[in-house]
Design a binder for this molecule. Structure first.
Ligand SMILES: Cc1cc2nc3c(=O)[nH]c(=O)nc-3n(C[C@H](O)[C@H](O)[C@H](O)COP(=O)(O)O)c2cc1C
Length: 303
């Protein structure tokens, strides 16, 4: 096997010392004169995905960028995910040239800008995107609302750890997701079941870049990889089910239907089932009751 060789870790390691798969987003923010500014950003990832009061993304950017300054001022953001067309990536690279003012860069912009229908002074989003996240900056985290726009030559310490101004030239923004919008075709795929041909043409930004080029790959058809069926032992499900609550019991047949739940999630799933059973006045969970309970669980998930 090939030996792996060590590389030095330097500033912007993800693009100087690595190949790092990333999305290509156009971040919409509201400029001082009310115009929508689009900046190209790849360092944009899910941050709070479950277990909090809201869902959030994190965006990492240069704090002197139009985007960072606008977020510090207005806090409203659209994340438009573009497809893999050469002309779109070319335009993203143009919108990613540092130092252009909003007026300069948005003059003759290739993309169609669409108004948000949410309340407040929101930026527009890119109509050609396959999906859009409309977001609000969670400026309460780490008291980041204390950070103000206007210091374009670099911010002085102290710096925050993960939200707001995080270094002399850097900023991180935790963005609460207010709404996810999706093109009809992909929306219906997600709701009705995704097949290999119902994926949007997602480009992958390679991370690595040099002074001449950004590099990305165009879309190829996704490959499906089956999740291995690892049926648990029905005896262990019966044992776990009998220990959840003295007032709600599971039949062995119901337990046999639950062997596919991975062991690490079993207790949480059984606990949720018992909770719903109690709400429904069910004391014995048999196969029929399980169908009712699972319908409720699905509905709760959808909510
Ligand atoms: C494909 C692509 C991805 C980029 N990703 C980032 C990023 O994640 N963070 C960042 O600070 N700059 C990134 N840049 C550079 C910014 O786009 C650049 O700083 C630009 O000036 C931002 O525009 P703005 O000043 O209107 O916000 C990227 C550029 C391109 C072309």
């Amino acid at each position: 096997m090939n030996k792996l060789k060590e590389l030095r870790i330097v500033d912007n390691f993800y693009q100087t010392s690595a190949f790092f798969p990333m999305p290509t987003t156009l971040v919409g923010t509201v400029s001082e004169n009310g115009q929508t500014n689009l900046g190209a950003y790849s360092l944009c990832f899910p941050y709070y995905i479950a277990g909090k009061d809201y869902y959030a993304m994190v965006l990492e950017c240069r704090n002197s960028s139009n985007t960072a300054q606008n977020i510090l001022r207005n806090g409203k953001v659209t994340l438009s995910f573009i497809t893999d067309e050469r002309k779109y990536f070319k335009e993203a690279v143009r919108l990613g040239f540092p130092g252009d003012t909003t007026e300069e860069k948005m003059k003759g912009c290739l993309f169609t800008l669409v108004d948000s229908t949410l309340e407040g002074n929101r930026p527009k989003y890119v109509g050609e995107s396959y999906q859009v996240f409309e977001c609000s900056w969670a400026s309460d985290l780490e008291d980041a609302y204390l950070d103000k726009a206007g210091f374009l030559e670099g911010y002085e310490p102290p710096y925050r750890n993960f939200n707001g101004i995080t270094s002399k030239f850097g900023a991180h923004f935790i963005l609460k997701i207010d709404r996810i919008l999706m093109q009809e075709k992909y929306h219906s795929a997600i709701v009705n079941g995704v097949k290999a041909n119902s994926f949007p043409r997602v480009p992958v930004d390679y991370g690595y870049r040099d002074s001449t080029n950004f590099w990305y790959t165009r879309f190829t058809k996704p490959v499906a990889e089956k999740i291995p069926a690892r049926d648990g032992d029905v005896k262990s499900v019966i044992y776990a089910a009998s220990r959840i609550d003295p007032d709600v019991k599971f039949t062995d047949e119901a337990c046999a239907n639950l062997v596919k739940i991975p062991r690490v999630f079993l207790k949480a799933a059984l606990t949720q089932m018992v909770k719903i059973a109690k709400e429904e006045g069910i004391t014995l969970i048999d196969e029929k009751a399980l169908t009712v309970i699972n319908d409720k669980r699905r509905q709760e998930k959808k909510k």
